[in-house]
Design a protein around this ligand. Structure first.
Ligand SMILES: *[C@@H]1O[C@H](CO)[C@@H](O)[C@H](O)[C@H]1NC(C)=O
Length: 209
């Protein structure tokens, strides 16, 4: 189960590197974060390297129970631009568990392989919009809606994902409830999820990110 933590903490770590000076009304061309002190680098010290990332052609680590990996392009010059770019890798039966991004829509492009993606609209309709994407296909997940991805087909799947936030946030549907710290009352969760209490306690004992 550590895969849960590995997968999502990779993103968190990458984002921490970029955290979080944001000028909502910038009076400047860019604000490249200064790693050494709070605030922006002096423009005369900014170079093209601050807007550059290399390695998106290399797979992310899929050695985890979900058989999926995530790699974020950590680019100091993205600060304040409302964008994040990531590469997702799936082994043939790899998955990313259901989650939503409270602060961003997501656009997914399949570069290799095949992936099913789906999102579900809000109450009371809960309409499910599933789609199998093949090489070259692009799909949008609207902001804030729960969605899932899973590799389908016989080969590894490579996906480029962009979100329109510097810090989109990830809320894993199961993890947010069964992994809450301190724990949510298990009788409550059993009633709410129509599960027996033992199952709830088993879920609560697992590591969630
Ligand atoms: C991939 O992740 C696993 C599990 O965290 C780890 O043991 C392994 O060393 C990683 N592989 C690479 C190449 O980083």
């Amino acid at each position: 189960m550590t895969g849960v933590i590995v997968l999502f903490s990779t993103l968190a770590l990458n984002l921490l590197c970029l955290a979080f000076a944001f000028d909502p009304s910038p009076l400047q061309d860019f604000c490249v974060l200064d790693a050494k002190s709070p605030g922006c680098k002096k423009p005369e010290t900014v170079t093209a390297a601050d807007f550059f990332f290399s390695g998106m052609h290399l797979p992310s680590n899929t050695t985890n129970p979900y058989k999926a990996g995530l790699k974020v392009a950590a680019i100091p010059g993205l600060n304040g631009q409302g964008l994040t770019l990531a590469r997702l890798d799936f082994l043939p039966d790899g998955i990313i568990p259901p989650h939503y991004h409270p602060r961003a829509a997501e656009i997914l492009t399949v570069l290799e392989g095949s992936m099913e993606v789906g999102f579900v609209t809000s109450f009371p309709n809960y309409k499910h919009y599933p789609k199998v994407l093949n090489k070259g296909d692009v799909f949008v997940v609207p902001v804030g809606l729960a969605h899932y991805q899973r590799g389908v087909g016989k080969v590894n799947t490579v996906v480029l994902s962009a979100v329109n936030s510097q810090n989109a946030g990830i809320v894993e549907v199961a993890g947010s409830m069964f992994g809450a710290k301190p724990a949510i009352n298990s009788d409550y969760l059993a009633t709410a999820f129509r599960l027996d209490k033992k199952t709830v306690e088993q879920l609560q004992s697992k590591p969630w990110a």
